[in-house]
Design a protein around this ligand. Structure first.
Ligand code: ADP
Ligand code: GLC
Length: 495
């Protein structure tokens, strides 16, 4: 779906955009949502937008960031059906032109990393969504567009058109971006009614209701948002099907006229192999082969792998969940290894995968490393020191690891789904960016790995050409930020 640019009015004053979401690098990040909440506001600011990012002031935010926050005010806000009122504090900081407002309340935000479990997370994000709108009014900063992210901000579009409709912030338009439809914020209707204090008519199948007794926060937000976006064109189509729709495919198809796919980028300053202080050797496209060689040897040394620049090193950096295609990796793990191959895994998550990868390390000492941790600096070393990066996901709304890999001259091996399909052109005849497979089958992953290795070991010049193509590919936010701005301008209230 393309945006009708002819209808966009000229905007003279800077657009004001409020971002509302549950995580944001460098304060708190568990996955790609944190990267997007960091990088997109920066890209928008560079294009002349004025952006505020509203986040919970979690206890798990590192002290060094807490020390940079300044108190901006506080008030009491009623929340629940019975009118219980809660403290809302505002702590503020600024980073490169983007203003961050952290909503402070110890009852909700003192636990978790940052998430706990749905039972606690539902009240937490009911509070957060309502408090974020109340904070915008308190600060007397009325945005043109409120850009909400994932189910944790799903109530915002609903509150905006109900409880806040007749307040200053009520003039703003809203966008809800789906980063991952698997997580939706589902609980009993009574629980959500109690915590939101929202009227009964919203607990209908068209809005929150999803079964006889259950309510779904994401579903309500998708119904009430002025526009819904997701993070790749392919995922925008996929989520309207049974297989990828996570039970909301009918709802999304019904609302498809307002659904857009805009692919993510990455922050090319943060992810820049020429300036990356965490690397053994910085490099750009002019010295990529030497650069990658030095980083591979350093990575092998750090991880206790046999140091040999000719080994084919495959990296995997991921949350260890079913989404990421790890059952395929497990099924062919030993078959992917040969005397020329090393595999490096960095991730945490489902104990089933943590344990199986530890096992593969223990039986393949020197060729396999399973680093079961969340570790930013090691991630940089793996992106730079690997030859290939495996992303065989079952579904992948966009995926950022393949973009970072390409930026570092590391060839992606991906399943053709969601954003992986949209960003990695399959290798063929000295063209393309990586190796791909379509059906969700372990044999096809194995075949893609073998095709990659054959090119690497047998036709190095062709491999090296691909490394250069990948490094030169535009994976920045520039293009996509423009598309968001077009959309903002299209839906923003006209003066
Ligand atoms: P998702 O959001 O589904 O987890 P993405 O590919 O969009 O997947 O984003 C994942 C982000 O998290 C990337 O920035 C990646 O480098 C980072 N990441 C994932 N696991 C780890 C880990 N164990 N240590 C460090 N960074 C990680
Ligand atoms: C989600 C998706 C991932 C996407 C990220 C940022 O966590 O799983 O594919 O890249 O959000 O949009």
């Amino acid at each position: 779906m393309s945006i009708d640019t002819e209808r966009i009015d000229t905007v003279e004053t800077p657009r004001r955009i409020a971002f509302i979401g549950s995580e944001c690098y460098p304060f708190v990040k568990t996955g790609g949502l944190g990267d997007v909440m960091y990088a997109l506001p920066r890209a928008l600011t560079r294009s002349g937008c004025s952006v505020r990012v509203l986040l919970p002031n979690y206890a798990c935010i590192p002290q060094k960031f807490k020390e940079q926050m300044a108190y901006r005010g506080s008030f009491m806000m009623d929340l629940c059906q019975d009118g219980t009122s809660f403290y809302v504090g505002i702590m503020e900081s600024e980073l490169d032109g983007v203003i961050y407002d952290f909503i402070d309340n110890r009852e909700f935000f003192d636990w978790g990393n940052p998430y706990t479990g749905l039972w606690e997370d539902i009240p937490k994000y009911c509070y957060f969504s309502k408090a974020a709108l109340a904070v915008l009014n308190y600060l007397d900063w009325t945005p043109d567009v409120i850009h909400c992210h994932d189910w944790q901000a799903g109530l915002v579009p609903v509150y905006l058109r109900t409880r806040f409709a007749d307040t200053p912030v009520g003039r703003a338009a809203s966008i809800l971006t789906i980063h991952n439809l698997r997580f939706q914020g589902i609980c009993s209707i009574d629980h959500l009614k109690y915590w939101t204090g929202l009227p009964d008519y919203l607990f209908d199948y068209a809005v929150f209701k999803q079964s006889e007794n259950e309510a779904n926060m994401f579903k309500g937000g998708l119904a009430y948002a002025d526009r819904v976006t997701t993070v790749s064109a392919t995922y925008a189509q996929e989520i309207q099907t049974d297989f990828y729709g996570e039970g909301l495919n009918g709802h999304l198809s019904y609302h498809r006229a307002k659904l857009y796919g805009i692919v993510n980028g990455i922050d090319v300053e943060l992810w820049n192999s020429k300036t990356d202080a965490l690397l053994e050797k910085q490099y750009d496209v002019s010295d990529v082969l030497e650069g990658k060689r030095a980083n591979k040897l350093a990575l092998q040394e750090r991880l206790g792998l046999e140091q040999d620049e000719n080994k084919f090193v495959i990296g995997l950096i991921s949350r260890l969940t079913d989404q990421k295609g790890l059952d395929l990796v497990n099924a062919v793990f030993q078959d992917m290894l040969d005397e020329d191959t090393q595999i490096v895994i960095l991730g945490t998550g489902d104990p089933r995968y943590e344990d199986s990868f530890r096992y593969y390390e223990s039986v393949n000492k020197g060729s396999v490393c399973a680093y079961i941790q969340y570790n930013e600096s090691l991630a940089h070393m793996i992106y730079a020191g690997s030859d290939a990066l495996m992303v065989p996901s079952l579904f992948e709304p966009c995926g950022l690891t393949q973009l970072i890999a390409m930026r570092y001259g590391t060839v992606p091996i991906v399943r053709e789904t969601g954003g992986l399909k949209d960003t990695v052109a399959p290798y063929y005849d000295d063209k393309g960016n990586g190796f791909t497979f379509d059906r969700y089958e372990a044999g096809l992953l194995l075949d893609a790995v073998k095709r990659a290795r054959t090119l690497y070991t047998g036709s190095r010049a062709l491999w090296d050409n691909m490394v250069v193509r990948d490094m030169e590919k535009d994976v920045s936010w520039e293009n996509s930020a423009k598309q968001y701005i077009e959309l903002y301008d299209f839906i923003a209230p006209k003066a």
